[in-house]
Write a protein that binds this ligand. Structure first.
Ligand code: TYM
Length: 325
């Protein structure tokens, strides 16, 4: 039976890329599917160094953000990955079915291991992601398009398990949001990311209207003042059109047609206003929830309880198939 699963790392407030690439569709999927799980993947976040106190706070903040975006804990199971021990346990079994060369070429490893030394955890990160998904026999995984290769690895891993031990896991499919990859406002050659050191590059869901307007006003574009959509030749303006498109559901061509005669400087402010309007209620609800730590912990605890029930029954079967029982 169909089951939706997805995850997000608790490393700071989610940004516009997370929202348009994933969270927006997470909210919608609650209506189409009866079994939906969203995990705050703290095990993944420590593949690069994290300060413990900051991490503890970020997990609660992420919980508040998900709720503020419209994830409803009565419809979806929201839980913290490390509270369900089977993620790491299944991850180990899947590690033993995965070859080193298969992981070597994945982009996250190539990019992030240049910055740090590159932990073994960072190297096997995508296998843990496969375990997250397969642990619930999930069938649908809503992600942004930077996760396509990780989903392909998950599919390969499921097949590998099925071929080795017998047919068991469904092969999960990615549900891609309508949005393209959202790019940094300071450097459109890279994706918008939580860890970008440039303060003006990333719009967070918790930014004030003034911050948002400032970031869009300073967005890097080029010396042509028309609004056109050409991601290769004009990546900066095209990123703004992508954001506009993902926010409204309008196609990029329609947007370009509508925006004839508007200069890019003006267009930046127009998009900024749209973003402010969308994010203001989210920010306000986030601030309200942040003050209710007891409620946030309740949501996480009851989520973990539900998740554990599903996970332990699947993991039990896996153990039998592998020969542990
Ligand atoms: P994370 O925490 O980096 O991002 C969460 C979601 O946001 C999407 N996203 C973007 N979409 C469009 N433009 C961007 N600039 C952008 N940046 C991020 C991501 O595609 C993702 O959907 N490995 C995952 C977490 C994970 C997971 C899982 C996801 C762990 N286990 C199991 C699905 C299923 C990650 O780092 O996401």
């Amino acid at each position: 039976e169909p089951r939706v699963f997805s995850g997000i790392q608790p490393t700071g407030a989610p940004h516009l890329g997370n929202y348009l690439g994933a969270l927006q569709s997470w909210v919608q999927l609650q209506n189409g599917y009866s079994s939906v799980l969203y995990s705050i993947v703290d095990l993944h976040s420590i593949t690069v160094p994290q300060d413990p106190e900051t991490l503890r706070q970020s997990i609660l903040n992420m919980t508040a953000c998900l709720l503020a975006c419209g994830i409803n804990p009565d419809r979806s199971c929201i839980f913290q990955q490390s509270q369900v021990a089977e993620h790491a346990e299944l991850g180990w079994i899947l590690n033993c079915l995965t070859s080193m060369p298969r992981l070597m070429h994945l982009p996250q490893w190539k990019i992030k291991s240049q910055k740090n030394e590159g932990s073994v955890g960072l190297f096997t990160y995508p296998v843990l992601q496969a375990a997250d998904i397969l642990l619930y026999k999930s069938t649908h995984v809503p992600v942004g398009d930077d996760q396509v290769q990780h989903l392909e690895l998950t599919q390969d891993t499921a097949r590998k398990f099925n071929n080795t031990y017998g047919d068991f896991f469904p092969i999960p499919v990615a549900l891609m949001g309508t949005s393209k990859k959202i790019r940094s406002l300071r450097d459109p050659s890279v994706k918008m990311s939580k860890s970008d050191p440039q303060k003006l590059a990333t719009v967070h869901l918790t930014d004030t209207p003034e911050d948002i307007v400032l970031k869009f006003r300073k967005a890097v574009t080029d010396f042509t003042s028309e609004v056109t959509y050409d991601p290769v030749l004009r990546p900066g303006v095209s990123n703004l059109v992508s954001i506009h498109s993902a926010m409204t559901g309008l196609g990029t061509e329609d947007i370009v047609r509508q925006s004839r005669g508007i200069e890019t400087a003006q267009y930046k402010l127009l998009v900024a206003e749209m973003v402010v309007e969308k994010l203001t209620p989210i920010r306000e609800e986030f601030q309200r929830l942040q003050g209710d730590v007891g409620y946030l912990k309740n949501v996480l605890n009851s989520g973990a309880q539900q998740a554990r029930e599903l996970a332990s029954s699947v993991y039990d079967d896996v153990c039998k198939m592998v020969g542990f029982r």
